[in-house]
Design a protein around this ligand. Sequence first.
Ligand code: SF4
Length: 311
Amino acid sequence: MTRIFGPVPSRRLGRSLGIDVIPHKTCSFDCIYCECGKTTDKRCRREEFYPLGELLDELDNHLREMPEKPDVITLSGAGEPTLYSRMGELITKSKRLIDIPVAVITNSSLMDRKDVQEELMPADILLPSLDSALEESFQLLNRPHPECDLKNIIEGLRTVLSKFKGKTYLEILFLEGINTDRKNLLALSSVIKTLDFDTIQLNTAVRPGTEKSAHPLDINRLKEIRQFFGPKAEIIAAPKVQAEKTETDAEKKILSLIQRRPCTVEDINRSLGIPVPGVVKIIYSLLEGNKIVKEEQGTDIFYTTAARDNN
Ligand code: SF4
């Protein structure tokens, strides 16, 4: 089963070829807005979940088969990528395979660790997140592992930013009533003013999360909030690249399968052997491109083609 997925259109990076370095929902957090479901292995202990050599071979094979170079290689997945204990070597060796930037998406939780700080240095783009500077909303939103300490995370971010030579995009995700009151906004903005990010990206939960209490913000509210974060702040817009331009073989296979019958994510995973995180990412890109629609039946969510829905 390949751990390489995409390229998928990324809001922030363009056409991103993902390396999924962690098992599904292995994470130091269990965010209430997580698009990938509940965390099943909450941990701060790092591990070589998949042999480094296998990941690099899969990446090499995938790159050889691609007609067009992706814009970026991204370490990501349905969990926290810095938990992969050979992350530094993976970044360095990926860059030897192809001359494109390597990005790491992280929830910042392990940034206080020296090994993680050092391993992130060869990356070209860092996309850390920090949703709160107050303990109460941090706990409510991110539901962290007990070893995650908010003050240490902030200081870890500071250390990484002081040494990192590439681009840094901080993402803050806002949910109404949790981290959007004045006290939260003042606390977070005053911390962020002391940290040297290139861009601060303001987001809200645009897709279904794990908890019904996760209420997204409308665009006007996000615009109000932007005032707190100064000129570097931007509201994350639609994907730079439309889904139809990046239809991969996996997308075609998924579309062909669900044209025949509505499927859940697990059905697609079992039928096509595509890892669940890869299925989830492709499903969301197809939903964003209005190529498929979602149908809820009891506790199950089925996906079917938009054409079928209109019949
Ligand atoms: S850090 Fe990311 S993967 Fe982990 S629970 Fe939060 S949103 Fe999900």
